[in-house]
Design a binder for this molecule. Structure first.
Ligand code: ADP
Length: 573
């Protein structure tokens, strides 16, 4: 018996060894469980066995069997029905186990005399961190005997070592699966992020680079991984005092050099760098980079997680804000100082003695006040437009020819150098459009005022109206300085003005065309320019045509006859 026992122990040790090897070699969990079950059955001198695992849905299912015809496994189901999950291995029982076994034996015709069932449990994660130790209940291991020798406490002890191994194998497999899922989740998160993300090793070589960063820098992940941070993050201009390398030389992240490097988030030890990043193709982009250290328990640096954000829009907003301040202060200053100058002069008694001079000064004050009011209106409109839309007062049938004539009459007296021409076809019956008359007048006013402002040597300014079946097109042509091709889209953006010696002296905010296009688009239309430098410019406004009703006829029908304007009026001033 002593020799047998030794023999037995050696066999048990061999089994446990091969099970350990199977677990280490990452055999799939079913194969490992089968090996464990086979060893358990053999060591306990049983004939067959089963392993049932507790599923995520809260029920048991058989995972592997040994020594049983597969077709009969289902018949063992009563053994695992209603088995309560337990927190401690000692609490585990299967009610009426012997009776159930007898019933299964009868049903299947198998010789099943004895059964032992042990729970497979592992210590629950974190259960020793204070309080009662808890265990996770993973499954049950059954061994059946066809002879009537009942299972001894020794047998149970042996079986327990196998059940423990089985529990560890299952637990490992579950942890592995959870780690794979977690990794998948992390991958999806990294790849779907709109910000560029780069994971660095402590030597600043690149471990990962996501899709957003690949498209921002022009480096693919395959090309970038393994390279140094500085190969991919190349600053054309950096606003921070230090590079990442320099911060690390100064002891970051052990000592917080964040403040020195950028606008740091202090306590969290992140670094922030901002500037112009040179892309692989040589172009530059404004970025802000946050470097966050990932530290191990002992404070050792494991990774640096860098988040790279394209801040072009913020920088543009900054530039726009600066432009806004300079435009507004300049444009406000001029009329205000003119008004103040005239007002001061008018206070002098000698000035008041000359009525013609007084009249002239008052006219200038009125003109400058109008200019100020217009500027304030434009600024308000621009800010409303940013906030969602321009207010439209009335929507009605608008006669653009009538409006164009009024604009010409307003501007004609202001310049002796310009010849303002109106040419609408068809003249008598030019179609109306549905819209806000004040806003559409603002459009034409802007275009005519620009045509005059930007043709300092004078010349013809022509407002032309043409109609097709679908739209009306109004154009304003001048013979002025013209607009370089590359500026022809930009002039429609907020505050944009062409920088040239000819236009530098011309007052303006760069808001007129921005508002013009917005108004036209709100009417469902389009607005564009055709020009070459030195050859003048022609601005076009196309508005969708309303069916039917022309305002002239409508007005006549209402009993308020109006004289249609002449075909072409030429105002020579
Ligand atoms: P502002 O005239 O107040 O500067 P606009 O938005 O009306 O603002 O025009 C934007 C810019 O477009 C002007 O600064 C000017 O450089 C250019 N521009 C507009 N109209 C003309 C034109 N008719 N001829 C030449 N340049 C023009």
């Amino acid at each position: 018996m002593t020799l047998n026992l030794l023999d037995y122990r050696i066999r048990q040790r061999d089994y446990l060894l091969s099970i350990t090897q199977a677990m280490v070699s990452r055999l799939n969990v079913r194969a490992v469980l089968r090996l464990i079950l086979q060893a358990a059955v053999d060591m306990l001198q049983g004939q067959s066995g089963l392993i049932a695992l507790y599923n995520a849905d809260g029920a048991f299912a058989f995972w592997t069997s040994y020594g049983l015809p597969p077709a009969l496994v289902d018949a063992f189901h009563p053994l695992i029905e209603g088995v309560p999950a337990v927190d401690k291995a000692e609490d585990f029982t299967i009610p009426n186990l012997a009776d159930k076994l007898a019933q299964i034996a009868e049903e299947t015709g198998l010789l099943l005399r004895q059964v032992v069932a042990l729970p497979m449990v592992v210590d629950a994660a974190g259960s020793h961190a204070g309080g009662e130790p808890r265990q996770d209940f993973l499954g049950v291991l059954f061994v059946f005997r066809s002879h009537s020798l009942s299972f001894s406490p020794d047998d149970r002890q042996i079986l327990k070592s196998f059940a423990d191994y089985a529990a560890i194998a299952v637990n490992n497999a579950q942890l592995y699966e959870a780690a794979v899922t977690e990794r998948g989740r992390l991958d999806a998160l990294l790849e779907s992020s709109g910000d560029g993300i780069m994971v660095l090793r402590p030597d600043l070589s690149i471990e990962r680079l996501n899709r957003a960063l690949a498209s921002l820098t022009g480096w693919t992940a395959e090309e970038a991984v393994g390279r140094q941070h500085d190969d991919v993050i190349v600053w054309a201009r950096q606003n921070s005092d230090m590079t990442l390398n320099q911060a690390m030389e100064q002891g970051w992240p052990s000592r917080d050099s964040g403040v020195a490097m950028g606008r740091s988030a202090g306590a969290s030890r992140t670094l922030y760098a901002e500037g112009e990043l040179r892309r692989r193709n040589g172009s530059v982009v404004s970025v802000g980079i946050t470097y966050a250290p990932l530290l191990g328990r002992n404070g050792r640096l494991i990774n640096i997680i860098s988040t790279i954000r394209d801040i072009t829009r913020f920088r543009e907003a900054d530039v726009l804000k600066d432009t806004f301040i300079s435009v507004v202060s300049h444009e406000l200053k001029t009329p205000v100082s003119i008004i103040k100058g005239y007002a001061e002069t008018l206070r002098r008694p000698e000035a008041r003695r000359n009525p013609a001079l007084v009249e002239e000064m008052l006219a200038s004050i009125t003109e400058e006040s109008d200019r100020l009011a217009r500027l304030v209106d434009d600024l308000l409109d621009a800010s409303r437009l940013q906030a969602g839309g321009l207010p439209f007062r009335d929507v009605e049938e608008v006669d653009l020819r009538f409006i164009a004539r009024r604009v010409i009459e307003r501007y004609a007296p202001q310049s002796t150098q310009h010849r303002l021409v109106l040419d609408f076809t068809p003249a008598d019956d030019f179609p109306t459009v549905r819209g806000d008359p004040q806003r559409l007048e603002q459009v034409l006013d802007n275009l005519v005022s620009n045509a005059i402002k930007y043709s300092p040597r004078g010349g013809v300014v022509e407002i032309k109206g043409e109609a097709s079946t679908v739209e009306v097109v109004i154009s304003v042509r001048d013979e002025g300085v013209g607009i370089p091709f590359e500026e022809q889209e930009r002039i429609f953006t907020r505050f944009h003005r062409v920088e040239s010696p000819e236009t530098r002296a011309v007052a303006g905010t760069g808001l007129g065309l921005y508002l013009t296009r917005a108004i036209v688009q709100a009417h469902g239309g389009r607005c564009w320019v055709d020009s070459s430098p030195g050859q003048g410019a022609t601005f076009y406004v196309a508005l969708p045509r309303e069916t039917g009703l022309a305002l002239w006829r409508g007005a006549e029908a209402d009993g308020a006859p109006q004289t249609p304007p002449d075909d072409t009026i030429i105002l020579d001033m």
